[in-house]
Design a binder for this molecule. Sequence first.
Ligand SMILES: Cc1ncc(COP(=O)(O)O)c(C=O)c1O
Length: 386
Amino acid sequence: MRFSKNIASLVPSATLAISARAKQMSAAGESVINLSAGEPSFPTPEPAIDAGLEYVRSGKAGYPPTPGIPGLRASVASYVNQTTSLAAAEPANVLVSAGVKQALFNACFCLFQGGDEVLVPSPYWPTYLATVELAGATPVVVPTRWEDGFRVDVATLEKLRTPATKGLFLNSPGNPSGDVYDRDLMAEIASWAGENDVWILSDEIYRRLYYEGDSAPSIYDVPHQPERVIHLDGISKAFSMPGWRIGYAVAPEAVIQKMSALQSQTTSGAAGPSQHAAAAILSSPQRDDVVRDFRDILRRRRDTAVAALSGVSGLELRAPAGAIYLYARLTATTDSMSVAEQLLVREGVATIPGEPFGTPGFLRLNYSVSDEELAEGLARIKTFFS
Ligand SMILES: Cc1ncc(COP(=O)(O)O)c(C=O)c1O
């Protein structure tokens, strides 16, 4: 069978595949602790449930407006303006999509094309490479070092910049490492991007899952060129609603209009009940309490995981400042693919190896599971490494 060149380099999401395999093993009766998923484990917050149900019960099932219902675009604009120091978003700067994934695809497809290069710091969320390639552009991986907290510096960016460089991904707190860019570094990068006419795609989906303050520094907390910034966020992580599939991009209005035109020809507006639920949680007086409660539990689980695995021979780790993952370094091998496979087969613990993130030699563990699962998973990992 012949497939088009469009998908010549496409590989299915490795992270979703491993998670699906772990779920299949449990369904077949095996005892599996799944630390591979990229999702928090909390129930949907009440204001979102109520608004989603109310909309479903209203019987209104028309197509929602392509860029998002007005109430959600307005809630996103206020949320971004209230939780960062320098954003000046209007509803017209917001596009609502079926998750950040779709917003990201829309952005890359509208901004990049064959011959363009887009800088992607490693370790990276694998979707960045796939999406840039689907747009016909070339991802250029920017190496970083574990010792530097996996953060890029401007000197390295400048070394890799060519006349074809059109974009740069930032993801802070990052998946898989949980590392966070501080304001100074973020500001230096924003200034470099502005001077060189490089789009910044700032994926801030873990911004509120930050353990050293209320919110990790956003691109909107530092001086930046708004006409060259795409801010991406959604409700999947901070509000623990990944299955509702709502994400958004905040960007210059002209870009939002193009992204919306693209979305109008692919999927149309995101699902109506989900949009109503998202608008309710983002505009709820309980919004920040919900995030704080999640964060407190996650911090405790992070600390439990770090304490349990520190000193385990074969593993090196540090406490990440954000997100929901530990990215443990394997000290004896860089073949994390086989270690993850052995860990799954021998001890029934699913993790994601570092290879799909561009950094072999690491294991990503999601500590946002129940306390019982976490305790059992950590005990099995210790047994495995001992
Ligand atoms: C860095 C990053 N961005 C975006 C997403 C996807 O978000 P959404 O569920 O809104 O598509 C994920 C999910 O794992 C992620 O880790």
